[in-house]
Design a protein around this ligand. Structure first.
Ligand code: HEM
Length: 414
């Protein structure tokens, strides 16, 4: 007789240290499990998580309590129907296609270069502190046309807002800090919004202030909430993705060498990082009616926690899911940054990450520039650092030994 392993506790230190064995137990034995700690139903299989993202019966009404208090108003992830599509259309063009290539690519390239210039001659750095945490937020702040001198304040605000969103244990201090950050950011932005309404510039904040889609314009509070969302959604996620990508490649030197030699593999390396170590590990939903999934039925109005980190390692969907392999045959880099993706790191369906192509561009630029600047890189501490975090997850630090190229000579050309 086989004994059933006990259901894992997603608020336990063991889970925080390494959630992947627990995800496997959930997929295998408890594909639908009511978790008492978060009072939510955990779903862990790819098929169920993908359905929860695609099927409109799974609303995102949970963001009313999970997100709105920190952003100080309703934001995209919480919206549905026409309200959602109209708001999404205001920002989507800036984050893809020609506008991204022509207007924002130079901003992205400059920001990467400036950060790398500051450690070009260093023998060793923490890639998280010196690059990954700063780069995406600097890019968004520049795209919005805000003052980069205030980087540390933005960083503090978005960390508190993300803390609010990730507050699975409902810690009251974390909740207060999130609400306070939302208020402070709004107070900071209001005078800037008045300025941009009066004299719009070429930046994304001016676009938000002036854009009209089907006769709809955003009021001041809509805009402050939107900016708060962009900072939180686009900052920490890309930060963790970049750090995880380098950690995963450094841990697999043959794959790092392949990417270094053929830069067209960067999107595949990024897609595999998103599958293997997704920065957003879980997202919640609230079904409007009773739904049946693998393992049982969820009542209407319950909270469902979609375990992205588990779905992306589902052995029913991927071969050897616990192996990092840039060239795996069951993940398609060409669709990995669109709603047709065959991983769930950006969700799927109508809330599919609107910043996915911006994130891809940022990662391509960053990886290219870092590999060019440093022909040899290695773990400074001799081994890969572990990931940290339960809701969002990635390396907290990544000390890397660097061998700089001579006089900035590109390693590829040398
Ligand atoms: C590797 C980096 C990123 C990851 C892993 C990621 C992940 C996600 C996920 C999982 C969602 C779905 C949330 C839900 O359905 O509840 C989402 C939505 C969203 N993301 Fe990203 N994201 C990344 C980068 C970005 C960037 C760079 C931006 C833009 C600045 C951005 C802006 C957004 C926005 C505005 C939404 C809401 C879309 C909607 O509800 O229609 N993200 N992202």
């Amino acid at each position: 007789m086989t004994t059933l392993p006990p259901p894992p506790d997603i608020l336990s230190p063991e889970f925080a240290a390494d959630p992947y064995p627990a995800y496997r137990i959930l997929r295998e034995h408890y594909p639908l499990f009511h978790d008492p700690g978060t009072d939510s139903f955990l779903i862990s299989r790819y098929e169920d998580v993908a359905r929860a993202f695609r099927d409109p019966v799974f609303t995102s009404d949970n963001y009313e309590w999970q997100l709105e208090p920190a952003h100080g108003g309703r934001t995209l992830p919480q919206m549905s129907g026409r309200e959602h599509s109209v708001r999404r259309a205001l920002v989507a063009p800036a984050l893809r296609g020609r506008e991204l290539r022509e207007k924002f690519l130079p901003v992205i390239e400059r920001n990467a270069r400036e950060l790398i210039d500051a450690f070009r001659d260093a023998p060793e750095i923490d890639l998280v502190a010196r690059f990954a945490t700063r780069f995406p937020i600097n890019v968004i702040v520049d795209m919005l046309g805000l003052d980069r001198a205030d980087h540390d304040r933005f960083h503090g605000w978005y960390a508190s807002v993300v803390g609010f969103l990730s507050n699975l244990a409902q810690d009251p201090e974390t909740a207060d800090a999130g609400r306070r950050a939302g208020r402070e950011l709004a107070a900071y932005l209001l005078p800037v919004i008045q300025e941009r309404r009066a004299t719009p510039g070429d930046d994304l904040l001016s676009t938000l202030c002036t854009a009209e889609v089907e006769g709809t314009r955003m009021n001041d509070q809509d805009i402050t909430s939107f900016v708060s969302l962009l900072l939180a959604a686009g900052g920490e996620t890309t930060d963790k993705a970049l750090a995880a990508l380098f950690r995963n490649l450094l841990a697999h030197p043959d794959q790092l060498a392949a990417v270094r030699a053929d830069r067209s593999l960067i999107p595949a390396a990024f897609a595999e990082t998103l599958r293997y170590t997704p920065p957003v590990q879980m997202i919640m939903r609230q079904p409007a009616a009773e739904v049946t999934l693998s393992g049982g039925t969820v009542p209407a109005g319950a909270t469902v926690t979609c375990l992205i980190g588990s779905a992306n390692r589902d052995e029913r969907h991927y071969s050897r899911p616990d192996t990092f392999h840039v060239l795996r045959g069951d993940l398609t880099p060409a669709t990995a940054f669109s709603a047709a993706a065959d991983h769930v790191a950006f969700a799927l369906g109508r809330h599919f990450c609107v910043g996915a192509l911006l994130a891809k561009t940022e990662v391509e630029v960053a990886v290219n520039q870092l590999l060019d600047a440093f022909p040899a890189m290695d773990f400074a501490e001799g081994r890969a650092p572990a990931d940290a975090g339960v809701f969002t997850r990635g390396p907290e630090r990544l000390r890397v030994r660097l061998v700089p190229g001579e006089d900035g000579v590109r390693a590829r050309e040398a």
